[in-house]
Write a protein that binds this ligand. Sequence first.
Ligand SMILES: Cc1cc2nc3c(=O)[nH]c(=O)nc-3n(C[C@H](O)[C@H](O)[C@H](O)COP(=O)(O)OP(=O)(O)OC[C@H]3O[C@@H](n4cnc5c(N)ncnc54)[C@H](O)[C@@H]3O)c2cc1C
Length: 396
Amino acid sequence: MGSTTDCEVLVVGAGPVGLLTMLFLAKAGINVILVESLPDVDKSPRAMAYGAPAIVELERAGVAAEARSVGMVPSDYDFRLRWITIDNKTLGEFRSEDRIPGSFDAVLCGQYELAKIMKQHVSQYQNASILFNHKLSNIKEVEGALIATVETPEGNKEISAKYLAGCDGGRSTVRKLLNLTYDGFTLPQWLVACNVRYPFRAHGFDRSQFIVHPDHFCLVGKIDPTDLWRVSYAEKPDLTREEVLANVHSKFEAIFPGPKPLPKDAYTVEIVSPYRIHQRSAPSYRKGRAFLAGDAAHACSPFGGMGLTTGICDAGGLADCLIGVLRKGCDDSLLDRYADIRRQKYQDITNNVSYSNTCLLRDTDPEKASEHEFFRMMNSSTEVRREMLKSAYILG
Ligand SMILES: Cc1cc2nc3c(=O)[nH]c(=O)nc-3n(C[C@H](O)[C@H](O)[C@H](O)COP(=O)(O)OP(=O)(O)OC[C@H]3O[C@@H](n4cnc5c(N)ncnc54)[C@H](O)[C@@H]3O)c2cc1C
């Protein structure tokens, strides 16, 4: 074994949840170390839009403006989110005039870019250090502390900490080492996330839209100022990963607006990533001195943008409670409140909303959409749409 390093909080995982937790702690003067198994932040195509309560946390951390400057051009501030049929008929929409007066601007920015901004902010604090190529492999609790074993290119190291924040994603090692289960279910469909260049706007699409369809339900949204778009669609359950990848063109043919048949040279694909969709949560987000946050604690369908939005709210809550206990004389039981409240928020809000959004896209007959409670509310008045938008804040 190599040297022993001490810190107040050890964060595991340099995803946005781990980095944001670390940033809040670093700002409060807490000694924090983050270990990440990869050589740098992960680049896989995932989140791109964040719900209202997450934007409150991003503003509080001082990273929202930068995220907007990386991810958005001025026209992107004109807020419009549509639910459409496969032939681009609007079933319901939120528009700029529905915006809650005084609310923050939207934040649209790829998860990887957001994580890079957080990493850069963290680097300004001497009391915070990020160790890449450091993979957590064991945790043991000793009196008043935890000792983590991490695998590094130079061999194993031990890092001791008063508390540990497990922000190490859906396959969380921390969760497994704490013997916590990940209860729930996995949806049968694949979710295929593609970053693609295609003139969606010229063919009548807006910045963001969901397509309601039993086989081709999907999200199509612009990701960045270079006109890169994300197309995240559902794919048949019985296909192998290879078959999913071989079927990309025929899915684009079904989903994309514009001339049919769709010429293969009409678009450029930058990346295609098939995922499984899970609705799962650990039974507890605390065990002793260790905590779970973000995907390590819970997972949900990405249709609805609830996953990282919830994780970002976890990060704010966990950091606040740790600061309370480590700096403000609060009792350790405050940390139980973190675990209980955030789990309740997942159960009551994230799980329900993300799953029902997915079912809405998959199971609604577009011919009868106007009878669906969701579209009925959405198509009633600005006041009702504002109330719908306001309800998002209870996740925070
Ligand atoms: C296609 C897709 C689109 C999505 N879109 C949205 C969206 O628009 N809005 C939204 O809110 N959510 C969205 N999500 C969900 C969002 O991507 C996740 O909720 C988010 O990645 C969770 O962040 P995290 O920091 O908890 O975990 P992760 O981003 O998974 O980060 C975990 C980190 O921990 C590291 N790690 C793992 N094990 C160890 C170990 N043993 N030691 C050290 N490090 C370790 C990993 O390498 C990784 O860097 C989407 C998901 C998908 C798949």
